[in-house]
Design a protein around this ligand. Structure first.
Ligand code: H2U
Ligand code: ZN
Length: 350
């Protein structure tokens, strides 16, 4: 990496979605008199009688959760998508254009414990969550009106998460949504032009430079992408060219659980809080077509910038022009790399 790039404003290209980000090193020094968020609290009960995700409790729909002891999956009581949506289309010269969208939404509880997060769960328990992700992807993906399955987690109040109980959501639908669709186009174009995979090539390059790698094990690499938009954005990418969780061996999925624990621990250790983020897995569409171009990966988009209380806002220039960042991806990766891989709540020296 040339030092000049780390000193001067420049644009970086995201080959995965075809968009640009403005990087302005140095701007991080500006004074901050904006809003200061409350730090997310860490002390929670193991069981909360008012939580709609805790075992045995009643949800808003009146349905009762099973008395589960590992993971628990249910149909979202306020699903954004339905299999029963009728065929609809409105198109006036392509200017006023709408189409029906069918599908379903599910909620996955990671643990019966109300007070845990991925960072605090055992790798074995996270591996159970990964197996559920695999099953949901397979079972929902098999449905006739489902061509894409999005698994994502909103963590923390800052991200609009409604409940601290560890959980994620699955939205399964007929269309490939905008973000994975941009990636599909780019991955496909790269494969067509070079007869190689964009993310295989990218991982190879990053492993050579090691400047933006946060952590890697024998099956996965966690890194701050060169084109990261969010301050501590991370991508977990499989080392081997595989399109989805069912395409991996059980050992690889356990390694995925291990890298998930490692990344989330480093996040928590950064500001000694339960680190908020939105994360999501991008797997191949389930449209019955061959997706040789697809390379399994997961994105973490965390909003915090300088401390537990100062967040990055995607407003102003970001809304009207393109994303911009102050801290360089190289700095962010170095900060995360130097964090301990033992959770601060479990370490003797705090
Ligand atoms: P979030 O924390 O990311 O908002 O996800 C929680 C989901 O749980 C949300 O989509 C659903 C909400 O619709 N939910 C139920 O299905 N039943 C309930 O009793 C409350 C919340
Ligand atoms: Zn709970």
């Amino acid at each position: 990496m040339t030092d000049d790039l780390l000193r001067h404003s420049h644009r970086r290209y995201n080959p995965l979605n075809g968009e640009w980000v403005l990087v302005s090193p140095g701007r991080i020094k500006r004074p901050w008199q904006g809003k200061v968020e409350n730090s997310p609290g860490l002390v929670l009960p193991k069981y909360d009688p008012d939580c709609y995700l805790c075992p045995g409790n009643i949800r808003a729909s009146g349905k009762r959760n099973l008395d589960y002891d590992s993971t628990f999956v249910f149909d979202n009581d306020f699903s954004s998508l339905s299999h029963a949506t009728p065929d609809l289309e409105l198109n006036k010269n392509g200017l006023i254009h709408a189409k029906a969208e069918r599908g379903t939404c599910r909620v996955i509880c990671f643990s019966p414990r109300h007070d845990l997060t991925l960072a605090q769960m055992d790798v074995d328990a996270i591996a159970d969550v990964v197996e559920v992700w695999k099953l949901e992807y397979e079972n929902l993906g098999r449905l006739d009106d489902v061509n894409y399955v999005q698994i994502f987690e909103n963590k923390g109040e800052l991200m609009g998460c409604s409940n601290p109980h560890p959980h994620c959501q699955v939205w399964a639908e007929s269309s490939v949504p905008v973000e994975p669709s941009k990636e599909m186009t780019r991955l496909g174009e790269y494969r067509e032009a070079k007869k190689r995979c964009l993310l295989c090539d990218y991982v190879e390059l990053e492993l050579k430079e090691r400047e933006r790698i946060v952590y890697d094990n024998s099956s996965f690499v966690a890194l701050v992408p060169f084109w990261a938009v969010w301050p501590f954005e991370v991508m977990i990418i499989s080392r081997h060219h595989v399109a989805n969780l069912p395409g991996m061996s059980r050992e690889e999925r356990c390694e995925f659980a291990e890298v998930l624990k490692n990344v989330t621990i480093r996040y928590d250790n950064l500001f000694k809080i339960s680190f908020p983020y939105s994360s999501g897995i991008h797997q191949s569409p389930t449209d019955g077509l061959v997706h040789d171009e697809w390379h399994f990966h997961m994105h973490f988009y965390p909003p915090l910038l300088r401390s537990a209380t100062v967040r990055k806002f995607m407003v102003g220039y970001e809304m009207l022009a393109n994303p911009q960042r102050d801290i360089t991806p190289e700095d962010a990766a170095a900060r995360l790399r130097e964090m301990s891989d033992i959770h601060f709540l479990n370490s003797e020296v705090m």
